[in-house]
Each structure stands twice: as structure tokens, then as C-alpha cells.
Ligand binder design. Structure first.
Ligand code: ADP
Length: 455
């Protein structure tokens, strides 16, 4: 069943119950108070006859009261103490007799309602006692036909039925539009998620109110945007990877074709094989880096931290890379505060530092100096790798940590880079709970700063 229909039925049933019960209560209340009004005025009339009788208890007064009532829509019957009717305003029918014959308790002076049921008898009735002295005691019975009140009730019923239908009609219209308005955003969100699950991320949900439904819609929109972004990123990444793979493969294929020529001299063949070897090295490096990245992306590796003497640790790395720096004529310096201990995963961190130092080496010319610095600031370990190399242009700086991003593709290729090294650095530093940042000036040098917080 559709949610709008479900909501509509729920609203309708609830409001119908509320409306019916309040209408029922109102109807009962109005009829009751109207009947009470009639009864009280009847009793008052009886009481006033009683007062007149007590003032002057003679046949002409009796006659006068009866005459007065015969001209109105009420009837009076006056009985004496022995139960004999001494005066009445008109003929006494069966219904009146039944009412008067009802056993009654002691009647108070202010009168008593004898018959208030509007349906059971033809009349509503009250009784007031009188005491005219000299054995002239008795009762004044007052009657009023229920017909008038019944007419009033049936008129009232008509109004109530009309009002109920009117309310019902407007209620149906309100419920219809309300359930539509409430379910419209839900339906568009349902459509959106359906589109998402079918792989179509071009979802655009309208800006909704700032309530829970609006929040939900915003979250779905953010999810769709993220998925769309991821899809684009993946496509771009795949395109770049296949491009990266194609270049060395073209070299390998081309040079192996030449190398197979029988007319080729041995020296030339060796030269071509060397190129093929170099290109395959290049390929396996790319595959290794891609594999590392894939593992990092899946979080399929653990960080096993141990407490390390940073001075010793950096010294070992320094000695490992020093020959390569020396060979290129670049000075490498190491500055580390004494007694620096910190918890990190040395194996994973080797990769971070070696990637950064490899870049310092690749992008620096001879007779420059590269620097490894380590210091502690506010319980954080700062490791800085600085060089006096070619630097990175300002506009490229925000992107250097993105996968396959290289500032100068041709130059990077010549130095054997794929633009994955810094991505791996960033992922590994973040896996350690730290941050890496870069500052650089073209022609002056570059400085990478890693900040690790003690946990
Ligand atoms: P690559 O393997 O190509 O060096 P990286 O991810 O390590 O890839 O670096 C991305 C790009 O950032 C490099 O192509 C290079 O242009 C630039 N870069 C990185 N480190 C340095 C540096 N120390 N000096 C100058 N440019 C650098």
C-alpha cells in the first residue's frame, strides 16, 4: 500500500473518531441543557402559582390560574392533600395521570422535577407543594408537551448532520493534500535511492525544510555527490593507470621487435635489451606502488607501533640513502634532538621517509643540500625533510598528494616517478594518526613536514 494512502487513512480515521465523539458530546450537552432550561422554567412557573395560591386560596384564584395556563403551551393541575384534583387548565390524559400517580418522596418547597425524560412520556412535568393554611394543602403540577423540545432536537440534528458532512468534506480535502505534501519528499528520496542503487549517481534533490526529512534528503544528496565524485575519480584513475602502463609496454614491444632482427649487431641488441629491462623495472615499480596503494585503501594492513629511539632510527635511514645522495653530488644532513623517543611502526615509516628522501634526491640538482630534521613540540614529533631542489609551483601544491599527480609529467617520467609516492606517504602518516604538509618555492626548494601526536 502506498505511504500516502496509508497516512491518509490514518489521519482520516483519527480525525473521524475525534470529530464523532466531540459532536456526540456536544449534541448530548446541548439537548440536556435545553431540557433543563425548560424544566426549570416550568418549575418556576409552578412555584409562582404556588405563591399566588398561598396568598389567596379561593376558588376564583384557582380558576384564574387554570384559565391563565389554558392560554399557554403548558398545563396546570392542582391537587389537594387527599389527592383530589381541585383545578386543571384542561382535560387530563393518561400520560398526565401516569406522571401524577408516580410515587414521589417528600417534595421540597422549591419544587421537584417529576418527569424529565423527553422520549418516555408526552410531557415533561414538575410539582410544587403549597400550603394555604386551614387544611388547604396540596400540589401544583405543571406539564409541558415534549413535542416542542422534540422539534427543537430534530432541527438541531439537521444542523449537526450538515455540519458533520461539511467537516468531513473539508477533512478529506485537508487529509488528501496533507498526506501528499508529507509523502512527496519521501517519494522523491525513494526515487533518488533507487537511482543510486542502479548506479546512476546524477541525483538532484530539491532543497527541503530544515526538519528531519530535510536532513535525510541532504544526506542522500551528499551521498550521491560523493558516489559521483568517487566514480569520476575511479574512471580518471583507471584512465591514468592504463596510460602509465601503455607507455613502457609500447617501448618494450617496439624495442623487442627491433632486437629480434637478425641483421642487428650484438652491441646494438644489448643496448635495446637494456632499454627493455629498464622499462620492465619501471613497470614492476608501478605495479608495486599500485598494489601498496590498493592495500592502503582497503585498510588491509596493520600499524604495529613500537617505542623507538628516533635518533638511532633516522641515523639508520640516513646511512641507507647517503650513497645515492653522494653519487648525485648532494649534501645530506641529519639533525635530531637528543633523547627523542616516540611510538611508531618503523617498517611503514621507512616507506614514508624513503619516498620523501627519494623525491628530495630526484628533484634536486648537485651541490645542493638536503636536510632531515626531527624535534619534539608539545608532545608531538615533527619530522622535516627539506631540500634545495627545483621546488613545486604554488598552483600545483594543493594537488601533490593526489594519486598519479605529477607536476611535470615528462620530467617525472625521466626520473621514474608515477605520482603515487606522496599519496602513499599521506595515507601512511594518516594511518599513524598524523598529518603531512608541504611548503615549497620554485627554484628554492621544498620542505615536507610530518607531525605525529603522542597517543
Ligand atoms: P613521483 O613518483 O612522480 O615523484 P610523488 O607522488 O612522489 O610522485 O610526487 C608528486 C609530484 O610532486 C612529483 O611528480 C613532483 O612533481 C612533485 N614533487 C614531489 N616531491 C618534490 C620535491 N621534493 N621537489 C620538487 N617537486 C616534488
Amino acid at each position: 500500500m502506498k505511504i500516502s494512502l496509508k497516512l491518509g487513512i490514518w489521519f482520516f480515521v483519527c480525525i473521524l473518531i475525534i470529530e464523532t465523539s466531540s459532536m456526540f458530546y456536544l449534541h448530548r450537552h446541548i439537548i440536556h441543557s435545553r431540557a433543563m432550561q425548560e424544566l426549570n422554567s416550568l418549575k418556576e412557573r409552578g412555584n409562582s402559582h404556588r405563591d399566588v395560591l398561598e396568598f389567596s386560596m379561593d376558588p376564583s384564584t384557582l380558576h384564574h390560574i387554570a384559565l391563565m395556563e389554558s392560554k399557554t403551551d403548558t398545563e396546570v393541575v392542582i391537587k389537594n392533600n387527599n389527592g383530589r384534583i381541585i383545578e386543571s387548565s384542561g382535560p387530563i390524559d393518561q400520560s398526565m395521570k401516569r406522571i401524577m400517580n408516580k410515587p414521589i418522596p417528600k417534595v421540597p418547597r422549591k419544587g421537584l422535577i417529576l418527569q424529565s425524560d423527553l422520549k418516555g412520556e408526552k410531557y415533561i412535568a414538575t410539582v410544587s407543594p403549597f400550603n394555604g393554611g386551614n387544611k388547604t394543602k396540596g400540589y401544583v403540577y405543571m406539564f409541558k408537551s415534549t413535542e416542542q423540545v422534540q422539534t427543537l432536537i430534530s432541527q438541531l440534528n439537521k444542523h449537526f448532520i450538515f455540519a458533520s458532512f461539511l467537516i468531513l468534506f473539508f477533512m478529506l480535502i485537508t487529509v488528501f493534500f496533507l498526506s501528499k505534501a508529507l509523502t512527496k519528499p519521501l517519494i522523491s528520496m525513494k526515487e533518488a535511492t533507487k537511482k543510486l542503487s542502479n548506479g546512476d549517481f546524477s541525483v538532484s534533490l530539491p532543497n527541503m525544510s530544515k526538519d528531519e526529512i530535510g536532513e535525510l534528503s541532504k544526506s542522500i544528496q551528499t551521498l550521491a555527490n560523493d558516489l559521483n565524485h568517487l566514480k569520476q575519480e575511479r574512471n580518471e584513475f583507471l584512465a591514468s593507470v592504463s596510460h602509465e602502463l601503455r607507455t613502457p609496454l609500447t617501448y618494450i614491444k617496439g624495442y623487442s621487435d627491433i632486437g629480434r632482427r637478425p641483421s642487428l649487431e650484438e652491441k646494438e641488441r644489448i643496448h635495446y635489451f637494456n632499454i627493455i629491462h629498464e622499462e620492465s623495472e619501471h613497470l614492476s615499480q608501478l605495479v608495486k606502488e599500485l598494489f601498496d596503494l590498493a592495500r592502503l585503501d582497503q585498510n588491509a594492513f596493520t600499524i604495529d607501533k613500537e617505542r623507538i629511539d628516533i635518533g638511532l632510527y633516522l641515523k639508520a635511514i640516513y646511512e641507507r640513502v647517503l650513497p645515492a645522495f653522494k653519487e648525485k653530488g648532494i649534501k645530506l644532513k641529519l639533525d635530531c634532538e637528543d633523547g627523542l623517543f616516540f611510538s611508531l611502526d618503523p617498517k611503514r615509516f621507512d616507506q614514508v621517509l624513503l619516498n620523501l628522501l627519494d623525491n628530495a634526491l630526484k628533484y634536486s640538482n648537485e651541490n645542493t643540500t638536503s636536510h632531515i630534521k626531527a624535534l619534539k613540540r608539545d608532545k608531538s614529533l615533527h619530522i622535516i625533510i627539506e631540500d634545495e631542489g627545483i621546488g613545486i609551483p604554488k598552483e600545483d601544491l594543493p594537488y601533490v598528494f593526489e594519486r598519479l599527480y605529477r607536476v611535470e609529467k615528462s620530467r617525472s617520467r625521466a626520473t621514474g616517478g608515477f605520482g603515487l609516492g606522496l599519496t602513499i606517504v599521506k595515507q601512511l602518516v594518516e594511518a599513524h594518526g598524523g598529518e603531512v604538509s608541504v611548503e615549497s618555492r620554485v627554484g628554492k626548494g621544498t620542505s615536507f613536514k610530518i607531525v605525529l601526536k603522542e597517543q
